[in-house]
Design a protein around this ligand. Structure first.
Ligand code: PEP
Ligand code: CO
Length: 451
C-alpha cells in the first residue's frame, strides 16, 4: 500500500485525486478556485531557510538534544488578532520555555499553534441549535460560529482573511521578538500577569533571579556585557493543514533549493481525523519539504502507522517526521509501547511528542467541554515513563493553552472547580490551559524529568 502511494506523481494539487475528509461543502466551487488563484500571488508568510532551520532543531529533539514546546489555541479567532492576546501568548510560551531550559538543561524549540490555526475538523457535519439543524462551525477560515444559517455557510473569501490575520499576527510576533521582548535582561517583560498562586510565582521568580545572578557573575568575570545573544529567541509557527485549497495556494517552489515548501507555516500537522494513509491530506503532506507532524490516537494500528511512516518519511530524514501521540491518560499504557516498537522496526528516528489534551476531554454535567489538569499531567508523565522504559525518547509536548486568564480546564494549583468554568469560558472549540496552568505544566515536566 505505501508503495502504491509512493509510486504516484506528487504535485501541490495531487491531493485532489484522493478522498478528502473534513473539507467544507462550498456552495460555489468556482469561487474557491478564484481565492486559490489570488492567494497564489501573495507573498509567503515564512521562508524556506526558517523551515530548514526548524527541521534541524527537530532532528536534535528526536535525538534528545533539544525539547519541543508546541502550544497555542485550539482554534484561533479572527477577532482575537489583538496585541494583548498575541503578547500574552508569547509571554506564556517564553516563560514555559525558560522553565524547561533551566530544568531540563536543554535548548527548547518553541513552536506556536498560531498565525494560521483557523481550520477545525468536526466529528459531526451538523449540529442542532435550538431545534434547528445547522452546519457545524469549522473554524473562522471556513465559516462563523454564530447560530444561523448565513454564518454557517462556508465562505471561501474567509481564506483571504485568514491569510491576512496570520500575516498580522506573525508580523507583530516577529517585531516583539526582534525588538528584545524575549531579552532575559529585561525581566519586566517576563512578569507573571495572571499567575495568582503564590507557590508558583515564588518558584518562577527564584528561577529568573538565579539566571540574572548568573548573567551578572559572567559579566563581572569576563568584563563584558554577558548575555549577548540572549535578546533574540527563535519562535516558529504551526497549524493543522486541514483546508487543503488554502495549503495548496501557499505551497511554493523556492529558487535555488530543491523541493516544494508550504510557506504558510513552518510546521504543518495532520490531524487524527484526516490521517488515513490513502487520503488527500497524507497525499498533500508527503510532497512538501517542511518538517511535518501527524497525530496518533488510541485506535491507530501498528500497520497503519507503518504505512504512514513509509509514506511521510520515505528517506528516513532526521527531523522530517514528528508523531504527536494523544491517547488519554487511561489508554496511553495500552497503546504507546507497540507503536514505539513499530517505528523502531522501520528503522526510523521520529520525534515523539505528547499531546496530553485531546485524549482527556470530558463534558461536565452542565454540558461544558473541559479537561482535568491532573489527567493531562498524568498522560504526560506516563508517556515519559513509557518512552524511557522502551529505550525511546519523548522529545516534546503539544498543548492547547492561552496567555489569558480563562477558566476552561479544571484543577491545577489554582484549584479551578467545575463551578468556576462559566466565569471565563471563551473557547468555541476545545478547552485550553490558562497561563497559570500552562506554567504549572512546565514545572511538572521538569519535576518529572528530574525525579
Ligand atoms: C487539535 O489539535 O485541535 C485536534 C483536533 O486534535 P486531533 O486531531 O488530535 O483530534
Ligand atoms: Co483541539
Amino acid at each position: 500500500m505505501p508503495e502504491a502511494v509512493l509510486a504516484r506523481t506528487w504535485r501541490p494539487d495531487s491531493w485532489r485525486e484522493q478522498r478528502a475528509l473534513q473539507l467544507p461543502p462550498y456552495p460555489d466551487p468556482a469561487a474557491v478556485e478564484d481565492v486559490v488563484r489570488e492567494l497564489r500571488t501573495r507573498p509567503p508568510l515564512v521562508t524556506s531557510w526558517e523551515v530548514d532551520a526548524l527541521r534541524a532543531h527537530l532532528a536534535d529533539a528526536a535525538a534528545g538534544r533539544r525539547f519541543l514546546l508546541q502550544g497555542g489555541d485550539c482554534a484561533e479567532r479572527f477577532d482575537e488578532c489583538l496585541p494583548e492576546i498575541i503578547t500574552n501568548r508569547l509571554k506564556v510560551l517564553l516563560q514555559m520555555s525558560l522553565v524547561l531550559i533551566h530544568g531540563l538543561r536543554l535548548p527548547v524549540v518553541r513552536v506556536g499553534r498560531f498565525a494560521g490555526q483557523y481550520a477545525k475538523p468536526r466529528s459531526a457535519d451538523f449540529e442542532s441549535v435550538g431545534g434547528t439543524e445547522l452546519p457545524s462551525y469549522r473554524g473562522d477560515i471556513v465559516n462563523g460560529p454564530e447560530p444561523h444559517a448565513a454564518a454557517r455557510t462556508p465562505d471561501p473569501r474567509r481564506m483571504l482573511e485568514a491569510y491576512g490575520v496570520s500575516a498580522m499576527s506573525l508580523n507583530y510576533m516577529r517585531a516583539l521578538v526582534d525588538g528584545g521582548f524575549a531579552d532575559l535582561r529585561h525581566p519586566e517583560n517576563w512578569d507573571l500577569g495572571f499567575v495568582r498562586h503564590d507557590g508558583l510565582r515564588r518558584e518562577y521568580q527564584a528561577l529568573v533571579d538565579g539566571i540574572l545572578d548568573a548573567l551578572r557573575f559572567m559579566a563581572t568575570v569576563s568584563g563584558t556585557a554577558a548575555g549577548a545573544g540572549l535578546e533574540r529567541v527563535d519562535m516558529f509557527t504551526s497549524h493543522e493543514a486541514l483546508l487543503l485549497p488554502y495549503e495548496q495556494a501557499l505551497t511554493r517552489a523556492v529558487a535555488g533549493r530543491p523541493g516544494t515548501y508550504n510557506l504558510g507555516t513552518h510546521f504543518p500537522w495532520i490531524g487524527l481525523r484526516t490521517s488515513e494513509p490513502e487520503g488527500a491530506h497524507v497525499e498533500y503532506m508527503r510532497g512538501i519539504a517542511n518538517p511535518i507532524a501527524i497525530k496518533v490516537g488510541p485506535d491507530t494500528q501498528p500497520s497503519t502507522l507503518r504505512s504512514l511512516v513509509r509514506i511521510l518519511d520515505p528517506n528516513a530524514e532526521p527531523g522530517r517526521l514528528t508523531l504527536i501521540t494523544r491517547f488519554g491518560a487511561s489508554k496511553v499504557e495500552a497503546a504507546l509501547p507497540r507503536l514505539v516498537e513499530t517505528v523502531r522496526a522501520e528503522g526510523r528516528t521520529v520525534l515523539w511528542s505528547c499531546d496530553p489534551m485531546h485524549g482527556n476531554t470530558e463534558t461536565t454535567d452542565a454540558g461544558l467541554k473541559t479537561r482535568r489538569f491532573e489527567a493531562v499531567r498524568a498522560e504526560l508523565e506516563l508517556a515519559f515513563d513509557i518512552h524511557e522504559r522502551q529505550g525511546s525518547t519523548l522529545g516534546g509536548v503539544h498543548l492547547e493553552l492561552t496567555g489569558e486568564n480563562v477558566t476552561e480546564c479544571v484543577g491545577g494549583a489554582g484549584g479551578l472547580a467545575e463551578s468556576d468554568l462559566t466565569r471565563a469560558y471563551k473557547s468555541q472549540v476545545d478547552p485550553r490551559l490558562n497561563a497559570e496552568q500552562a506554567l504549572e505544566m512546565a514545572f511538572a515536566i521538569v519535576r518529572k524529568r528530574r525525579s
